[in-house]
Design a protein around this ligand. Structure first.
Ligand SMILES: Cc1cc2nc3c(=O)[nH]c(=O)nc-3n(C[C@H](O)[C@H](O)[C@H](O)COP(=O)(O)OP(=O)(O)OC[C@H]3O[C@@H](n4cnc5c(N)ncnc54)[C@H](O)[C@@H]3O)c2cc1C
Length: 427
């Protein structure tokens, strides 16, 4: 498989989302030395949600984005609003205690509520739909659903016949449905939230890449033409931040995932495929995820690549993956194909913390599951800046480990790890 670099333009990826954005953001470039209570680096969900929460609390916020608001993973993802975190918080019990586990589990619910309430409160137009299915290809997936459902009344188990009323594919042995998770047009949510932050007083700058961070009591971030001196700096560049902060560079592995968007499906095609307008994930580590757009295209994602590169033939590979699930769409016209980079952490839990003892905080490493959790991050970081570090400290305690093998070996090590999961997925 040939690989190519992506992301080399400052404009949005050629996604369905960019094509249906409510407007094109056009914030100015930072061209002077200014001061703020908080400087945020990165205009994805983490940075924008933090800007909203801080602005609502009355802080003077400056948000700096290298490219465009929502240019990174937040404006390119599957749009699936899934509660919880990528990892079971119980795995951290020895570090954060039982109270910590309960708090993290609670945040896994709160993160979805934040999205729901923000869209309602500020009337953000982003095609919000409720309804989510997880689908199983193996008996062990169904066994896991049964165990989870015993503790979670929101999960409705579906057998092989019933699942077809939602996802009409022969591939799945069963699954579950829940109506408290769903999907959105993520770029429109992100730019909508940025507009909210701005309306509350936040200053937003695009085309303003931070090239240096000076630590100290009042940290300073520098761009090519300006700088911001602030009481706190918050780093939200995630998988796109590169070497700006070596501590984070060592702890966030950028992985690529790809999505295709078909032409709009006819009513007949909808009945043959997505009988219900729900977000869908399968239960493999290297999973397929898909859903309908507002105009009834199938947006089908998957193909995680841990080299950080995009396969040159991504569109064809994704078409083949989609046809495995829905053979009737084998020859359908594909109107969009794009990819994005997600930040993977060693323990597959978001890494939210503080650089040494400084006023520089960070959030990254959602490991492919960040639409809802980033919104919780915004609240946690705002609480921490506001002096309530209780929930922030729990996340900070979860040992944010560097990827083993350093710069040279971490990608091959991760690729080998994924090969293990792919083989296990296939068994
Ligand atoms: C293809 C794909 C599909 C996904 N699907 C889903 C899904 O369906 N559901 C789900 O829950 N999660 C999904 N995810 C994961 C989710 O999108 C991410 O976890 C989330 O968007 C991360 O948000 P973020 O703000 O932390 O990072 P990003 O959205 O990547 O934002 C980081 C921003 O920081 C900017 N930046 C970086 N460095 C600097 C700098 N030095 N100066 C200024 N700005 C800088 C970048 O330009 C970028 O805009 C998916 C991810 C991808 C890539």
């Amino acid at each position: 498989m040939f690989l190519k670099f992506s992301d080399d333009t400052k404009q949005h990826a050629p996604s369905y989302y960019a094509a249906t954005a409510n407007w094109q953001t056009d914030y100015p470039e930072l061209e002077e030395a200014i001061e703020a209570d908080v400087a945020i680096v990165g205009g994805g969900f983490s940075g924008v949600a933090t800007a909203v929460e801080l602005s609502e609390r009355g802080y003077k916020v400056v948000l700096l984005e290298s490219n465009r608001i929502g240019w990174g993973a937040s404006g390119r993802n599957g749009g699936q609003i899934i509660g919880g975190y990528g990892q079971n918080p119980g795995a951290f019990r020895s570090t954060i205690g039982s109270e910590g586990v309960d708090i993290v589990e609670g945040m896994g619910v709160e993160c979805v509520d934040i999205i729901r309430q923000r869209i309602e409160k500020y009337n953000i137009n982003c095609d919000l739909k409720w309804g989510y299915c997880e689908v199983g290809l193996k008996k062990r997936h169904l066994k896991a659903y049964q165990q989870w459902a015993e503790a979670d009344p929101a999960m409705h188990l579906l057998d092989r016949d019933k699942i077809k009323e939602y996802v009409n594919s022969e591939l799945y042995l069963g699954g579950y449905y829940r109506e408290d998770w769903g999907h959105i047009q993520p770029l429109n949510l992100c730019i909508g939230e940025a507009k909210v932050a701005q309306s509350l007083g936040a200053k937003i700058f695009e085309n303003s890449k931070v090239t240096n961070v000076t630590y100290g009591e009042s940290p300073v971030v520098t761009t090519e033409k300006g700088s911001v001196k602030a009481g706190h700096v918050i780093l939200c560049g995630n998988a796109y931040m590169d070497k700006l902060v070596p501590y984070l560079d060592a702890r966030v592995l950028p992985a690529t995932s790809c999505i295709i968007g078909t032409e709009p499906l006819s009513n007949e095609q909808l009945q043959q495929t997505m009988a219900r307008d729900v977000a869908v994930c399968d239960s493999r580590t290297a999973l397929d995820y898909y859903r309908l757009s507002a105009d009834k295209r199938l947006l089908f994602g998957g193909l995680s690549n841990y080299s950080g590169l995009e396969p040159a033939n991504a569109k064809a590979v994704m078409r083949a993956k989609m046809a495995k699930v829905f053979p009737s769409l084998k020859n359908i016209k594909i109107d969009y194909s794009w990819s994005g980079r997600m930040g993977i952490s060693v323990r597959r839990m978001p890494q939210i913390g503080r650089i040494k003892n400084s006023n520089v905080l960070y959030a990254s490493g959602y490991s492919g599951h960040g639409v809802a959790p980033t919104h919780m991050t915004g609240r946690l970081l705002a609480e921490a800046v506001d002096g309530d570090t209780h929930r922030f400290d729990i996340m900070n305690k979860m040992f944010h480990l560097p990827w083993p093998g350093g710069k040279l070996l971490r990608r091959p090590a991760m690729a080998a790890g994924m090969m293990f999961y792919k083989i296990r997925d296939a068994l």
